[in-house]
Each structure stands twice: as structure tokens, then as C-alpha cells.
Design a binder for this molecule. Structure first.
Ligand code: BT5
Length: 241
């Protein structure tokens, strides 16, 4: 794997989207992002000492709408390997520790002469309580805050990119099935009341789990249904009452 390191970038995702000529499985890591992106035009705060990394995938095999789920698993497994803590996954792709967000994921595709996907992952490593306050992120935490330790962002980013590439290879060969159990065990939505976007409407439902195709299985008074994109707000998490 080819990894490019930068001290400062606008966004590791944007860099790769502007350099789609780079080879398959090029990773980009930035110590600081000045224009870190969240989903749906939201922002991602990336002060120094945190992890921001993106992986470029050309000609993805299988349904790449499941890539965010694989990024979430790679992130959760990395955190567990280094801290012993087990982050939960808020479907489809937030990682949470003690009910606070520790990691965000943004996968973007580009469809031109060929299909390319940029998988971006941000993990709060060394963020302090003061920095969280300054960034106005009351629902966030960092590995430093949870463990009191300091983390080497570049080393962890490289390991994360290797881990993600490995998961994507396995997914290309075997589909999502080998990941299903591990994903569902981490799913904080399970059994909870959630608010989801379904057929253009926001509905309240109970989350039953995850289907083999990565969709969220939900149930309301009209029966069970699958949600395949969007977000699931979990009651009691991040201030959803
Ligand atoms: C995300 O969006 O969580 C996706 C974040 C992806 C960041 C990575 S870093 C590497 C790559 N390069 C990029 O430019 N992006 C990717 P979303 O689910 O829309 O959540 C965004 C919301 O999370 C914001 O509106 C804030 O409320 C919150 N947020 C922002 N920065 C945060 C942080 N550092 N920690 C926790 N929450 C944060």
C-alpha cells in the first residue's frame, strides 16, 4: 500500500478525489485538516493530534454502499486492539464510546471512465476536553479522554488503512456475511427506539438488527421494514430525546 503523509490538508477525501489518477489503494493521512468534511455538507473538526485518513479504491467489487459499514468495523477493531475498549457502532457509520462520538466516516464515489471510491475515516485520538469545548462538540469524546493515554496518529492511521484494505479484500471475495455478526454485536441501535428516514418520511421504529445486505431492520406498528440509507437517530444518544 502506498501511503502519502501531509502535515496539513484541506481534507484527505478531497485530496484523493482531486487525484483519482493515483493507484488503487493509495492512502492519504493528514495531521491537520482545515476543511474536514462530514456527510451531507456537515463539517468534521480535525485539530492536531487526531487521525484523518482516506483510502482510494478503484473498480470496487460488490455493493460499495456497504463500504461505510466496513470502515466502521475497521475503526472499531483498531480502537479495541489498542485500548481494549469496545466502541459501539451507530448505524451506518458512527463509532461511539460511552454514548459519545469518537469516529466519523465519509465514503464518496466518483463515477467516470471508471468507478472509484474514497473511504475517509476520522478518529478522535488526542483531543482534550478544552478542544472539544472550543469545537463545540458536547457529544464527542477521544481515546485520550477515555484512557488517559497519548496516541501516535500516523502509526495508527497506517494500521487502520491496512486493516480496512484487508476487510475490503475479504468483502470482495465473501460478501458481507463474515462481518455480519461482529457488526451486529457492536450495533448500539439494536433493540432501541430509532428515528429513521424511510421512503422519504421520518418514522419512529424499533431497531431489530442488521440484514445480510447491511440494511437496518426496523419494526413499527405496520410491520417490519428495511432502511438502506440515511441515518438512524437513537433515542438517548446525542441528545435525541
Ligand atoms: C461524519 O459525518 O461523521 C463523517 C466524518 C468523516 C471525517 C473523515 S476524516 C478523513 C476524511 N476526510 C474528510 O474530509 N472527512 C473524512 P456526519 O455523520 O455528517 O457527522 C458530522 C457531525 O459530527 C458534525 O455535524 C458534528 O456534529 C460532529 N463532529 C464534527 N467533528 C467531530 C469530531 N471531531 N468528533 C465528533 N463529532 C464531530
Amino acid at each position: 500500500m502506498n501511503i502519502l503523509y501531509f502535515e496539513t490538508l484541506g481534507s484527505t477525501n478531497t485530496y484523493l478525489k482531486e487525484h483519482l489518477e493515483l493507484p488503487h489503494e493509495t492512502a492519504v493521512v493528514a495531521d491537520i485538516q482545515t476543511l474536514g468534511k462530514g456527510r451531507l455538507g456537515r463539517q468534521w473538526a480535525q485539530p492536531p493530534g487526531n487521525l484523518a485518513a482516506s483510502l482510494l479504491v478503484h473498480d470496487p467489487k460488490g455493493d460499495f454502499s456497504l463500504y461505510p459499514l466496513l470502515c466502521a468495523l475497521a475503526g472499531a477493531d483498531l480502537v479495541e486492539a489498542h485500548t481494549g475498549l469496545q466502541p459501539g457502532i451507530k448505524w451506518p457509520n458512527d463509532l461511539v464510546l460511552n454514548g459519545r462520538k469518537i469516529c466519523g466516516i465519509l465514503c464518496e464515489s466518483s463515477i467516470g471512465t471508471r468507478v472509484s471510491v474514497v473511504c475517509g475515516i476520522g478518529i478522535n485520538l488526542n483531543l482534550t476536553a478544552e478542544e472539544l469545548g472550543e469545537e463545540q462538540l458536547p457529544f464527542a469524546t477521544s481515546l485520550h479522554l477515555e484512557t488517559g493515554r497519548h496516541y501516535d496518529a500516523r502509526a495508527l492511521a497506517a494500521e487502520l488503512m491496512e486493516r480496512l484494505a484487508g476487510y475490503l479484500h475479504r468483502y470482495a471475495e465473501e460478501g458481507f456475511k463474515p462481518f455480519l455478526l461482529s457488526y451486529e454485536q457492536k450495533l448500539v441501535n439494536c433493540g432501541k427506539e430509532v428515528q429513521v428516514l424511510y421512503e422519504g418520511r421520518t418514522v419512529q421504529a424499533t431497531c431489530l438488527g442488521i440484514a445480510e445486505n447491511g440494511h437496518l431492520l426496523c419494526k413499527d406498528e405496520s410491520g417490519t421494514f428495511e432502511v438502506h440509507s440515511g441515518e438512524a437517530s437513537v433515542r438517548g444518544l446525542y441528545g435525541y430525546i
